[in-house]
Design a protein. Structure first.
Length: 397
């Protein structure tokens, strides 16, 4: 019996909390309609324990229900033939499955006497929304920020914030297999503000996933940074630091695993994205705000009839800016998704750019270049990335 078979026999039960399969072994891209990743979860149907496989393409999710034997055969048929990586969490077990294209499969398992954070696995077919941070968990930073009471109950007036935090953590949880597990993660949060999400990221990695992590939050407001420092000290989050400074000038590290930038105004987002690319960040999560740069420059005869309306010009410019940013990141070798962060009823600034560095080399997109030229735009991110390429290509001397 192989290591993978032994692992499946041990974890395919009702205590399974995560089984994420990723990294297609072949040239499957988000544009081909092929399966990009798969998740397994237990469910109970007619008093039988089944496992639901959720197969994600770029635009759809397909489901199939399997018995434990069928689920085992299903996974074995996928790894390593179709996928090269899996992350597994069960009561007291954390496992990483790595495969290569030669067919070699390696299983790394960490065991603990009991899971440090109790996880309620809901097995009903039509289950209520499951959050990574569940109500009833006593989470210090959420209590101190007024989102939770002392007994772990979510304050009614702060439930939208609670949902927003969990939604953001889901975006990270989806790409967890893309991040290294065998060393401390380095994460930067540019424009961290009051740092609800910065603290949530630290809690997620440090407390839930038991991953060594060091996070730096950066913001221009000294009083806000001081409040964040005090809260981090109260929670005893020793590897979470906060600094006062400008995104464009920050040079406190040479390599970063993940860069987060939420609601950085206008071109501050572009400086953060360019920094992330320069560091070779594996993951970039960005929710842009106040995209004024293109709005000031945009000129296009075809669009002129609608650009004369200020509100439409503002929205079109914002959407085009984020679309161009996504394409420019793809040119740098990232796989990029544009996702809805929170409901439109709460804020129109609800697009999240999620970029994951791929193994391949990026290449210039002529269509994106033509689009920028047709808008008569000179965009900060394009200039910064061009300068970065030129700097890297310059001979030493």
């Amino acid at each position: 019996m192989t290591q993978l078979e032994q692992l499946l026999d041990e974890v395919l039960n009702e205590n399974l909390s995560m089984f994420s399969i990723s990294k297609p072994s072949g040239p499957v891209s988000a544009d081909t309609g092929g399966t990009l990743r798969i998740r397994l979860r237990p469910l109970r149907s007619s008093d039988r324990l089944l496992f639901q496989a959720e197969e994600y393409t770029k635009t759809q999710v397909f489901h199939k229900n399997l018995t434990s034997g069928e689920a085992k055969a299903y996974v074995l048929s996928l790894i390593p033939a179709s996928f090269l990586q899996a992350q597994v969490q069960n009561a007291g077990i954390s496992a990483t499955v790595l495969a290569n294209r030669r067919g070699t499969v390696t299983v790394k398992i960490k065991r603990s006497a009991a899971p440090s954070v109790p996880t309620k696995i809901t097995l009903e077919h039509n289950r209520r929304k499951h959050y990574l941070l569940e109500e009833g968990m006593r989470i210090p930073f959420l209590q101190k920020l007024g989102v939770m009471t002392a007994d772990g109950k979510v304050v009614h007036a702060r439930y939208d914030k609670f949902r927003q935090i969990n939604r953001f953590l889901e975006f990270i949880d989806d790409i967890l297999p893309e991040l290294p597990r065998d060393r401390e993660l380095r994460i930067l949060d540019f424009g961290c503000g009051k740092s609800y999400l910065t603290f949530a990221i630290y809690y997620y990695f440090h407390e839930i996933r038991k991953q060594a992590v060091r996070i730096t939050g950066l913001d221009l407001k000294a009083d806000v940074i001081e409040d964040c420092r005090e809260l981090a000290a109260e929670c005893k989050y020793e590897r979470l630091e906060f600094l006062c400074g400008d995104i464009a000038d920050y040079d406190g590290c040479d390599a970063v695993d993940m860069v987060v930038t939420l609601h950085a105004c206008d071109t501050a987002t572009d400086y953060a994205l360019a920094k992330a690319v320069g560091w070779g960040a594996k993951v970039i999560l960005s929710v842009p705000c106040c995209q004024h740069e293109l709005n000031r420059q945009i000129s296009n005869d075809l669009l002129a009839p609608v650009l004369s309306y200020g509100i439409l010009k503002e929205r079109i410019s914002a959407l085009l800016t984020d679309g161009i940013r996504a394409r420019l990141l793809e040119e740098q070798g990232y796989s990029v998704q544009l996702l809805e962060f929170i409901d439109m009823e709460h804020t129109p600034k609800n697009i999240l750019i999620r970029a994951v560095k791929t193994a391949g080399q990026g290449r210039e997109n002529p269509a994106a270049t033509r689009l920028i030229q047709s808008l008569h735009a000179d965009l900060t991110l394009e200039k910064l990335l061009r300068e970065g390429r030129a700097e890297n290509a310059a001979p030493e001397g």
